[in-house]
Design a protein around this ligand. Structure first.
Ligand SMILES: [Fe+2]
Length: 365
């Protein structure tokens, strides 16, 4: 809701009822005009020829209407008034944080039974929405009572977006297999990591369905990377800065491909908000910094790695046949305890943009 506005030489000052205020440039507001002349409502695309707008355009008249729900502006270059909603303006305020809202950052004992959901219950519209909300809020869920076949993975993926193709195929199944190049196939403990640090666009979600389990051990490990990042930021800003500024390369060599990418362990956006946590010590490629920086980098990953291996941050659970673990690979690190015996899994990846899309469609942000 808008409390008041004031026309300034090149901008409009807007004061919102929640005490936030901001100064929106005339050219920005004009560029975001959404009437029939400037916006195609069928395709949701801009019709305005932005480059032709005059830098001298000005506001002839502006008023707050509908108890602060909207403002109306009459521009110097148009005949009709243009309406802007308070919600639109607030969403675009530079003073409002839009990232990571409604996330619950957690330690092990803050995870409740709510993250377990029955397969049949997530098929309904409401059930699916509440599953998605849990997945968005905590970064992972376990779907129980699934059929132990690969089609289950596909069905869930198709409700969210679609199965991503990667070097491992689309849908995959695996048992422990020493012939495969990737560390995921071994029976040794897999320390918490994120997948595909060697990809510029790491998978957003990973799905892992337990199809068969005749083993001892092999518990799945989930760690909230955003919680770890916040803790490090609070306790040691220097280490946080190293982890958010140092680009760490990842590399995959095998099966006839060479993939490489690099990004900081804590990737921040232009507002310094955390966007993605990436850490995979198995896949880290060789790189060097100046010796002093290198020493600091090793100190930083020691701090990070020791925190993600502290039991208070590790939620551990042994999946039973028919249980599917789904997690946000840009936020939650995953690992697996060592095991002896047979363990057969099926799974797939989903792109982050498709996960974000379904969250937006369901009003989660
Ligand atoms: Fe992995």
């Amino acid at each position: 809701m808008i409390e008041s506005i004031k026309i300034l030489p090149n901008s409009l000052y807007v004061k919102f009822k929640n005490k936030i205020d901001d100064n929106f440039l005339n050219i920005w507001l004009r560029d975001h005009a959404k009437d029939e002349e400037n916006w195609d409502y069928r395709s949701n695309q801009r019709k305005t020829y932005t480059a032709s707008l005059s830098s001298k355009l000005f506001i002839k008249k502006a008023s707050v209407i509908d108890n602060g729900k909207y403002i109306e502006i009459l521009w110097s270059d148009s005949k009709n008034v243009i309406k802007y909603s308070a919600e639109f303006l607030l969403n675009n305020s530079l003073k409002k944080s839009t990232k990571n809202q409604n996330l619950i950052l957690w330690k092990k004992n803050e995870i409740s039974k709510n993250i377990f959901l029955k397969y049949n219950n997530i098929l309904s519209k409401d059930g699916f929405k509440s599953f998605l909300k849990n997945l968005y809020t905590f970064g992972f869920c376990v779907i129980t009572d699934c059929k132990t076949e690969i089609e289950t993975v596909e069905n869930i993926a198709n409700k969210i977006g679609y199965v991503r193709q990667s070097i491992f195929g689309g849908l995959w199944e695996f048992e422990s297999n020493e012939d495969m190049a990737d560390s995921a196939y071994t029976q040794e403990e897999l320390r918490p990591h994120t997948d595909s640090t060697y990809s510029n666009d790491a998978p957003g979600l990973q799905l892992l369905l337990c199809c068969d389990y005749k083993a001892i051990g092999g518990d799945s490990i989930m760690v909230d990377g955003f919680k770890i990042a916040n803790k490090i930021k609070d306790e040691d800003k220097k280490i946080f800065d190293i982890l958010s500024n140092t680009e760490v390369p990842g590399k995959y060599v095998g099966d006839g491909v060479i993939l490489e990418a690099k990004r900081p362990i804590f990737k921040l956006n232009s507002n310094k908000e955390l966007v993605q946590v990436s850490f995979n010590n198995y896949d880290r490629a060789e790189f060097r910094l100046e010796n002093e920086l290198m020493i600091n980098f090793y100190k930083a990953i020691k701090k990070f790695d020791s925190l993600v291996n502290e039991s208070e941050f590790q939620w551990r659970y042994t999946l039973k046949p028919g249980e599917l673990l789904i997690f946000n690979n840009w936020r939650v690190l995953h690992g697996r305890g060592s095991f002896k015996g047979k363990r057969k899994m099926a799974g797939c990846y989903i792109n982050m943009e498709d996960f974000e899309s379904i969250c937006k469609v369901n009003g989660l942000y």
